[in-house]
Design a protein around this ligand. Sequence first.
Ligand SMILES: [Zn+2]
Length: 435
Amino acid sequence: MSDGTGLAEKLLGLDGFRVLEVVEGPDELVVTIETTAVVTGCSACGTRAVAHERMPIAIRDLACFGRPVRLLWHKRRWRCPDRDCASKTWTERSNHVDAQVVLTRRAGAEACRQVGENARPVSSLAEEMGVCWWTVMNAVVEHGTPLVDDPDRAGPVAHLGIDETSFLKANRHHATVYATGLVDLAAKIVIDMVEGNAAADLRRWCADADPGWLAGVSVVATDLAESFRAGLSPHLDHATRVADPFHVVRVGNRCVDQVRRRVQNETLGHRGRKADPLYRIRKLLLAGHERLDERGHGRMLLGLRVGDPHDELLGAWLAKENVRDLYLTDDPAEAALLIDKAIAGCASDEVAEIRSLGKTLGSWRTEILAYHDTGASNGPTEGLNLCVKKVKRCGHGFRSFDNYRLRVLLHAGGVTWPARPSPPRIRTRTPYSNA
Ligand SMILES: [Zn+2]
């Protein structure tokens, strides 16, 4: 029975409960508790209820002094003495423990924070707490959903970034499943994740979004994906679309790679090998011209001279450099001249890959030049993609998109976590403080 000093209850910290016994087992501390309530009324008729019986239920709580804790709650069953009352019997409830849940609310909230804020795997937490995977995941959903749904989480957004990440790898049952991430470029948070990367997926999300919120979006930065451009219509037609510089340069790089692979294959009859002249300079070709030192430059030219007899790869490299040059200037008029020069240069080329690059540049000309007016880039989106990938890696694969979305948003969605006490610091004792 309770020792009457209240010390055990203070350590337990669950108001309304009394500690009956503490037993230290080999792997956990078993704390037997009961509620302090002695009088209660029937919820149906208000008659004073009669204690009926007690049944022990096991609950997992936060670890205590480094030891896992099992609470053994002698849960009381009450009975209504009025024989005509429909209530008959019922079990007592507590704010600290939800019905049918193995974790106390505070343990569930902590599990949610570990999985969400710290991106810890659910399985490792389940093992640490001594509960099953579903218990932890349910706690994440229970405690995390209100945080993610909080209307204050993603306030008005002026600069919106949109990018895709892969959600599920292709297997024999399905192709790669993508997810589209929507990012607040100023606050650097993920606003939402949408399953799929098709125009219809993005359009559906926009259709569900608050029209007032959409009206506040002035700039949208995307990669050069036709599906995103189409999906933004009609709900975000008022916003300036910007083609993200990183992705524009990547399109140039892709052209270089394509031509290199083809020329390699045509001249040598096989895919790139370690000693092949073009394979050896594949990284130099993609580096910015201004980043190469004299030696790198010399090596690249030599590789081209040996491996690129018809100057096709050289043409692709020049086209790529023309694309990069766009971002050396801050002046919109100058950028317009440069992109027109790049497009014209590509169009007059005989190499199909380069002509295709020119077409892409022409098709995205307005969006590419919009960067110089708005300065909006998807840089923050790419940074957040790392966080998204971290969640994915820690999850060791997901089956449920809803769980994936929840965990991404808890980790990178700017969630306001409930305040935690900040205890005063205990200062380090130095060997000199003998006073
Ligand atoms: Zn009753």
